[in-house]
Design a protein around this ligand. Structure first.
Ligand code: TMP
Ligand code: ZN
Length: 411
């Protein structure tokens, strides 16, 4: 059994999803024969309560110069980042020479709101193409992984940071102790760290098992985050639930004793204990629900196929890779996947090799059903696609339950 990435104890496997390709490994036909696969197993450490992957994929296979995920593609996320940036700038970056570092700054979706305020900032981003996009958006960016060596270089050039930000990033970092050491180096003695990631309580509560894939090495809760960070002299002083990415948690962290501690931390811990995030049985129940969800989705898609309906996937998200491969959904059941990201279009989805097409193909003509892989952007998408509904099209969702929207479940 694999040792826990935080405490070294053994990690209990909860569910094995099978051999899995890279979630963002969109590929061309000529690359099918060399496609990379790994064992996708979600596990839980009963000792420190960290939920995590049992096998990790080498970092350079996931984060490179053709990384296809651009944070700015969703207008909902763009708004979310704007609000976060203004809140942070207003509350923590008012000193004349204030300095903020963002870890995993992607295309600058967050920092581009801070750069025009004239605040000293630096984005740290290992994927070359998205880092370049950030630079051309006026965001100062260094293209590298964030580790103690990078942290020392940053301090040598810019000095220590008042604030470190990270959104949807820490859960990607496999060596959490190296990360914490880098944070110890880069952050001022009274600096604050603000990070947010998909939240384990929502993942389990909504049976959102498609959030489990190679890039997400860890699935955080306040119980596990606190255990990890206190080993490095940090403490969580505030937690704030967020709706983005199907339920995320924002953690505000400082060095022990340097920040006022909100009651939200203990309240959230209580909630987690009541929900059972510390008990292995909760994870076994999650596993049963995942099995059930798979059966229900397959039954629904098979029925629609038997009825001669056209079903198209909507948004080639990283999450869709887990669902498609775990449920073994092929072009028999889904014609193609429509996606707005140019770098994904005219390629094939990882593993199941479903064609990815631009949205123009979605409209000509509209299919009978669209399977919504970007369920986290449901509101934005359904508002945008009113013509699809007017043409008689229906949405299929599978989180939090498998259903044709408006019909209330599979019959
Ligand atoms: P995410 O769910 O991991 O944020 O991935 C978003 C993906 O969904 C990205 O490939 C772009 C795609 N997408 C669309 O195709 N249409 C849309 O309207 C939205 C919001 C996203
Ligand atoms: Zn552990």
């Amino acid at each position: 059994m694999k040792g826990c990435g935080v405490c070294g104890s053994s990690v209990e496997p909860v569910i094995f999803f099978g051999r899995m390709p890279l979630a963002n490994g969109f590929l061309r036909q000529e690359d099918f024969s060399t496609e990379y696969f790994y064992d996708l197993t979600f596990g839980f450490c009963s000792n420190c309560r960290m939920a995590q992957l049992i096998e990790n994929v080498p970092l350079e296979k996931m984060f490179h110069a053709e990384y296809p995920f651009f944070s700015s593609t969703s207008s909902g996320m763009t708004q979310h980042f704007r609000r976060l940036a203004h809140e942070v700038a207003h509350r923590w970056l008012q000193a004349p020479n204030a300095f903020v570092v963002e870890v995993g700054s992607n295309d600058g979706a967050l920092l581009r709101n801070i750069a025009p305020l004239g605040i000293r900032h630096l984005g740290v981003e290992p994927s070359g193409n998205v880092a370049k996009a950030a630079s051309s958006n006026g965001v100062e960016t260094t293209c590298r992984f964030f580790d103690p060596v990078a942290a020392r270089d940053i301090v040598a050039t810019y000095g220590q940071a008042d604030v470190v930000l990270a959104t949807n990033c820490f859960c990607h970092i496999q060596d959490l102790h190296s990360l914490a050491e880098a944070l110890e180096i880069v952050l001022k003695p009274v600096g604050v760290l603000i990070f947010e990631d998909p939240y384990l309580g929502d993942l389990i509560g909504n049976v959102a098992y498609d959030q489990i894939y190679d890039e997400h090495s860890y699935y955080f809760s306040i119980l596990s985050v606190d255990h990890w960070l206190t080993q490095h002299g940090f403490e969580t002083v505030d937690v704030r639930p967020q709706t983005v990415h199907g339920g995320s948690m924002r953690y505000v962290v400082g060095r022990v004793g340097t920040c006022e501690r909100s009651r939200s931390v203990d309240t959230q811990k209580e909630r987690e204990l009541n929900f059972g995030l510390q008990r292995f049985e909760t994870y076994l129940d999650f596993r049963s629900k995942i099995h059930f969800s798979r059966e229900k989705l397959l039954r629904l898609l098979q029925r629609l196929k038997n009825e001669g309906r056209r079903v198209v996937g909507y948004a080639a998200t990283s999450k869709s890779t887990t669902v498609l491969n775990y449920c073994e959904i092929s072009t028999e059941l889904i014609e193609f996947i429509s996606d707005t990201t140019p770098i994904k279009q005219w390629k094939y989805s990882p593993g199941m090799h479903i064609p990815v097409r631009p949205p123009t193909e979605f409209e000509s003509p509209y299919p009978d059903y669209a399977l919504l892989f970007a369920w986290n952007h449901a509101e934005e998408i359904t508002n945008k696609e009113l013509h699809f509904n007017e043409a008689g099209g229906r949405w299929i969702r599978y989180v939090p339950r498998v259903e044709i929207v408006g019909e209330g479940g599979d019959k």
